[in-house]
Design a binder for this molecule. Structure first.
Ligand SMILES: O=c1ccn([C@@H]2O[C@H](COP(=O)(O)OP(=O)(O)O[C@H]3O[C@H](CO)[C@@H](O)[C@H](O)[C@H]3O)[C@@H](O)[C@H]2O)c(=O)[nH]1
Ligand SMILES: [Mn+2]
Length: 773
């Protein structure tokens, strides 16, 4: 390739070498296979029943069979993980090279979803919205849509105030080249240093202080806004909220700012508030439903060819993010390589050393870059730039699917109506999106308010009936993790995706803190993932029938098997305590040569995962916290998700999207002094805590019984537990240490009695089973 041509490239796809890691991958795999082989050989010796073999044969056959099954499962999980991590790539983007091509920049519709003014304080959403309105991108080509599933006048009021404040904030950011354009972050540190003379510094300080004052006033207006008095206001601005129940109300759409109308001089993007119609008679499909409404409403208003979607707490941390994304969306010779561009989820003000194991840094860096090297990064629900036509179900040029050819060229009006519903305006705009080049899709209206009726029509909750929305068009329904499912549909259509990883990071958001919130989030994810496996969108099916690549399918499985791992991991965790209680063993004795295999595996595996954390510039503490949380999550959230989906499949219950509580940072500021307590595990009476509590108590009992037996010397000759079983229980206890503390803790740091009693009943039943002869 000529050097000259490479210079103009907007992006480069750089493979990341990892020879040493590959060797380590294979070493762990070899040890796993050795473990399986030895176990299988011992079991065969039993069934052969020869007197000579009896010495090497296990005492507790069924323990060995159970262990074999679990270890085979662990080997499978390791294999698909290795395949996913094997060949990572990085995408480098060069937005400065876009400078000469600024007329080519496509318009972007930005979607922000919020669902509950209590769990998601409007001040948080306001910061997200302001950071987006202030992006370095032509203001006439940006429009921001806020979806409010909470139908809250307080949120609507906050957005209106944000639109006002943007008049000051956006020019300020542009003038001074502000780095992070979410005001709460910008003002959380003092006056930044300025270059230039004392006079310039003085003037800047004055402007900075004035702006900070304005921001504080904005926050206090938002926080003091009271829903009751808002709807009763004389000017009738919030009249539509009178009597509106969040589960039952007509659509509310407010154009809070119209860039087209303000004239060219005004460099502030449009801002539109939407609370879609809700009715108890129609399922609303949670976030996926909200995204589909946003897609349609924006389709009849601005119809940008690119859509950016962020959660309400994920502010833009890099003002150039849209330009970086354009490098990926415009920078490939064939657009098939960037069906969408996804930024990894990263967190702001995250607790030190990831005490709740939900910052997912290693997951993104090790698995994420690996997936980027396959068919492409998964869609993560936030921080993602989509092509509108991809969301509309258009396959890439290169795939020659007979079923989907109707989506290329010019589909008939009837076909479009079948897919997109009956709105004339939407069909017209979809036609231009499907057939058009990036830029051809022109804005639908000069004046946004003139199209409100058309927008309300497509936001109605009965609009989707009989159409392809939620299936082949838009965000896919049927899973609590609509993001991964929607991304999978795009990959199955033959698109690839790109990883958007600029420096500084593209978006930052909040990670849940505390035991209940973290486990609820993991439970929702695991529930959604299992729903996908059990549906017609199973990746193995899509791999066979559509264009999902084989290793990409395995990569999806790495995540999808989370809830399926729970029963295996629980079973394996129970083997140690069982053996101590029942005076049995499931591992070779320390004196036998066979003991070296599990020992080496234990050491190598843990050293490997610790090294991964080190490689990602994280501490050993962060590794331990994540390792421990994975055991806790598996026995609580994943297990419960597994059971929930089993119940749903039997038709006994429904799954719901439980919104994560967002911490409002920067007000009052949680002191750094109580850092240790912030990371301390908290509990409530939720059923997720029952099994890990039982497991902890059981391990304590088992260790006590095992120790007593060893001291009293009553162990059966040869058959009883050895160092291996004791080590397993000890390790388990270390992993579940937050629960050991919780057994004795007070307040939210203590496990509630209702949970303890249920756990105690489980332990009693298990001990009875183990010791019954
Ligand atoms: O009925 C609903 C429920 C949720 N949301 C919004 O969905 C977003 C994500 O919800 P959150 O509670 O923050 O979930 P997280 O677990 O933090 O989100 C991750 O996981 C979700 C799938 O489970 C994805 O949708 C998200 O994009 C992804 O960031 C938020 O903006 C909510 O306001 C709605 O708009 N309507
Ligand atoms: Mn979130």
């Amino acid at each position: 390739m000529a050097a000259g041509a490479a210079k103009l490239q907007l992006q480069e796809r750089a493979p990341l070498p990892r020879t040493a890691w590959k060797l380590a991958d294979l070493a762990v795999l070899a040890l796993l296979l050795a473990l399986l082989a030895r176990r299988a050989a011992s079991l065969l010796a039993v069934s052969a029943g020869g007197a000579a073999a009896a010495a090497a044969a296990p005492a507790c056959t069924w323990c060995w069979v159970a262990a074999l099954v679990c270890e085979a499962w662990f080997t499978f999980v390791w294999l698909i993980t290795v395949s996913t991590k094997w060949s990572p790539v990085r995408f480098d983007t060069h937005p400065e090279r876009l400078a000469q091509r600024s007329e080519e920049l496509p318009a972007v519709d930005v979607f922000v979803t919020t669902a509950d003014p209590k769990l998601e304080p409007p001040a948080v959403t306001v910061n997200t919205v302001l950071s987006l309105l202030a992006l370095d991108y032509p203001a006439g080509k940006l429009a921001c849509y806020v979806s409010d599933d909470g139908c809250s006048p307080a949120t609507c009021f906050a957005m209106r105030e944000a639109a006002e404040f943007a008049r000051l904030w956006v020019p300020f950011c542009r003038k001074h080249g502000v780095g992070v354009r979410a005001p709460f972050v910008y003002f959380s540190s003092g006056v930044p240093p300025v270059r230039g003379g004392a006079a310039a510094a003085d003037e800047f300080r004055r402007e900075w202080t004035a702006m900070k004052g304005e921001y504080e006033k904005l926050v206090s207006r938002i926080e003091n806004a009271d829903e009751e008095s808002l709807v009763r206001r004389g000017d009738g601005e919030f009249a539509e909220f009178v009597g509106a129940d969040r589960r039952d109300h007509p659509t509310i759409i407010k154009v809070l700012r119209d860039n087209g109308k303000e004239g060219d001089g005004d460099g502030i993007p449009s801002l539109i508030y939407i609370s879609r119609e809700k009715s108890p008679r129609h399922p609303h499909h949670f976030k996926a439903g909200a995204m589909n409404v946003l897609t349609r409403v924006s389709g009849v208003l601005t119809n940008a060819p690119i859509m950016l979607n962020v959660d309400c707490d994920m502010f833009a941390n890099n003002p150039q993010v849209a330009l970086h994304a354009m490098c990926l969306l415009l920078g490939f010779d064939d657009e098939v390589h960037s069906g969408f561009a996804q930024a990894p989820q990263k967190f702001h003000g995250a607790l030190r050393d990831d005490p709740f194991g939900n910052q997912l840094e290693v997951l993104y860096e090790k698995l994420g870059f690996g997936i980027a090297g396959l068919q492409g990064m998964f869609y993560g629900g936030t921080g993602c730039f989509h092509r509108r036509k991809v969301i509309y179900g258009v396959p890439p040029e290169s795939t020659a699917d007979i079923q989907t050819t109707r989506m290329r060229g010019s589909p008939s009006y009837k076909e479009l109506q079948k897919m997109f519903g009956s709105s004339k305006e939407l069909i017209e705009s979809a036609r231009s999106t499907i057939s058009g080049e990036m830029l051809a899709a022109a804005p639908m209206a000069d004046d946004l308010t003139s199209r409100i009726d058309a927008a309300k029509e497509v936001a109605a909750c009965s609009y989707e009936a009989g159409t392809n929305w939620g299936q082949e068009v838009g965000w896919v329904y049927g899973s609590m993790t609509e993001d991964i499912l929607t991304g999978q549909r795009i990959h199955a259509a033959g698109w690839r995706s790109a990883l958007l990883n600029p420096d500084p990071p593209a978006f930052l958001g909040g990670a849940p803190t505390g035991g209940p919130a973290s486990l609820t989030q993991y439970k929702r994810w695991a529930t959604g993932l299992l729903e996908i496996i059990l549906s017609r969108n199973n990746p193995i099916l899509l791999c066979i029938t559509k264009h999902l690549e084989f290793r990409q399918c395995l990569a999806y499985l790495v995540i999808y098997v989370w809830p399926l791992r729970a029963p295996f991991e629980l079973c394996y965790a129970l083997l140690g305590p069982y053996c101590l209680l029942a005076n049995q063993s499931f591992l070779p004795k320390a004196s036998e040569p066979g003991f070296m295999v599990p020992l080496a595996l234990f050491l190598t595996y843990n050293a490997y995962s610790l090294a991964e954390y080190m490689d990602c510039r994280l501490s050993a503490r962060a590794w331990w916290n994540n390792h421990r949380m994975q055991r806790i999550v598996s026995s609580s959230a994943w297990l419960l998700a597994f059971l929930t989906v089993v119940l749903k499949t039997l038709g006994l219950s429904e799954t719901v999207f439980e919104v994560t509580r967002k911490e409002q940072q920067g007000d009052g500021g949680a002191g750094a002094g109580d850092d240790a307590d912030q990371g301390r595990f908290t509990f409530d009476s939720s059923p997720v805590f029952v099994v890990p509590t039982a497991l902890t108590a059981l391990t304590l009992v088992a260790l006590a019984v095992g120790a007593w037996r060893a001291v009293a010397g009553v162990s059966a000759a040869g058959g009883g537990p050895g160092a291996g079983e004791f080590a397993c229980c000890g390790w388990l206890l270390l992993c579940f240490w937050p629960f050991v503390r919780g057994l004795a803790g007070k307040g939210s740091y203590g496990i509630p009695w209702s949970v303890k009693i249920k756990a105690a009943l489980m332990v009693a039943a298990f001990v009875h089973l183990c010791t019954r002869n």
